[in-house]
Design a protein around this ligand. Structure first.
Ligand code: PLP
Length: 401
């Protein structure tokens, strides 16, 4: 069994560092709840920001599509799988995002990985490619450029002076430039400055790629994110259906030519079986519901600001969050896992996030709120956090110093 020794060493090292990950059996329930080990928990760990994962309209449309069109799509979209629903969903997405076209991809991870790899392909660009990505970008946004062999530079988080300096240096080298950022950062709940990013991209003739995984459904007119306000200024916008839109899958909104190019060159589209019809059904239903969910969006963001302000008053470090995602930054790995376990005892499910998902010494709990949480659940969360605040004060202080 020597061939496994290196993997065993790796896992043992993760264990020593308190970074070993586990998958816990959990049943996601309705109304912002989940069940684990027979215990009903308040779910503050999911990305189900609008509570759509259990909406009857998504479920029945998925059932209808499955019984009408089958359980699977049988091949990739280019071979047999381009169900007509793709066309209508993509048209609606393009319309709402204010772009010429849109393209559904099987998941957000697959989209970021394979689209960025295709956009950064130097065999196509004919010159070297530099991708400048925000330091806190999701793993998938970094993997795509790495796969293509492009030069990947990470600029300091939301630091556009740093980005501007890097762009100026790279521009002089006549490289093909791609800027990558999230609009709402998934682990920090703060926002990029899209006005500055669009203007830097324009000045340096750079492709601008924005990930709206955590903004989709929550922000913007009809819930279509923060990017529609910058029509024509962002080259590719990625959004997901697996978070606020309640089911699974992802899309990009872009120009017609980018879509045509990706249809030739994006491995995640060309070489992967298309989504099952049931998923197209729930996507379609979510798009019907989204524009009518202004009340839920308002409720969600009001609850989020109440939680954030209460936690800050209790002494927790919530970083620069301004959205439905609220980190509780503890620094230390064991502090994060210990606090998550204490919260579980009080029926609160929340994820402890540790390196390498977040930078070293910024281990945290990632609280994510949902419109499905009622006031009693929010009250419970705030009072349980208050109970634990004094015991974690040392970690909080050391972080602040
Ligand atoms: C910012 C960001 N982009 C992309 C993804 C991947 O999306 P998906 O879950 O659809 O694969 C995630 C998932 O957590 C994410 O947080």
């Amino acid at each position: 069994m020597n061939k496994y020794q290196t993997y065993r060493n790796f896992c043992e090292q993760r264990t020593t560092l308190h970074q070993l990950r586990h998958m816990n059996e959990t049943v996601i329930g309705m109304d912002g709840h989940a069940e684990r080990n027979g215990q009903r928990l308040m779910n503050f760990a999911s990305n189900d920001y609008l509570g759509l994962s259990h909406h009857t309209e998504l479920i029945t449309r998925a059932q209808t599509y499955a019984s009408r069109y089958g359980a699977g799509s049988t091949a990739s979209r280019l071979i047999t799988g381009n169900h007509p629903a793709y066309t209508s969903i993509e048209k609606r997405l393009a319309h709402e995002k204010g772009t010429e076209s849109a393209l559904i991809i099987n998941s957000g991870y697959q989209a970021n990985l394979t689209i960025l790899a295709a956009l950064a392909d130097k065999d196509v660009t004919g010159k070297s490619v530099t991708v400048l990505a925000d330091r806190l970008c999701h793993h998938s946004l970094l993997q795509g450029p790495q796969l293509s062999g492009a030069r990947l530079i990470r600029f300091q988080h939301n630091n556009y002076d740093h980005l501007s300096d890097l762009l100026n240096q790279e521009y002089k080298k006549n490289t093909h430039l791609i800027i990558v950022s999230e609009s709402v950062f998934g682990m920090d709940g703060d926002c990029a400055d899209l006005a500055t990013l669009t203007s830097l991209a324009l000045q340096h003739d750079a492709i601008l790629y924005i990930d709206e995984a955590h903004a989709t459904g929550v922000f913007g007119i009809n819930g279509f994110g923060l990017t529609p306000a910058y029509r024509g200024a962002i080259d590719v916008v990625m959004g997901t259906f697996g978070k606020a839109l309640g089911s699974f899958g992802a899309y990009i909104a872009c120009s017609e030519i980018i879509r045509t190019y990706l249809t030739q060159r994006c491995g995640g589209l060309v070489y992967s079986t298309a989504l099952p019809p049931a998923i197209l059904g729930s996507m379609d239903a979510a798009l019907d519901l989204l524009p009518q969910m202004q009340t839920q969006r308002k409720h969600l963001l009001t609850q989020a600001s109440r939680v954030r302000e209460s936690l800050k008053r209790q002494g927790w470090n919530c970083g620069n969050s301004t959205t439905q995602i609220i980190p509780i930054i503890l620094g230390d790995e064991t502090a994060a896992t210990t606090l998550a376990a204490h919260l579980m005892d009080d029926r609160i499910l929340v994820a402890a996030i540790r390196p390498p998902t977040v930078p070293r010494e910024t281990s945290r709990l990632r609280l994510s709120l949902s419109a499905a949480h009622n006031t009693a659940m929010i009250d419970h969360l705030i009072s349980v956090m208050k109970k634990h605040a004094p015991y974690f004060a040392t970690t909080q202080k050391s972080l602040a110093s």
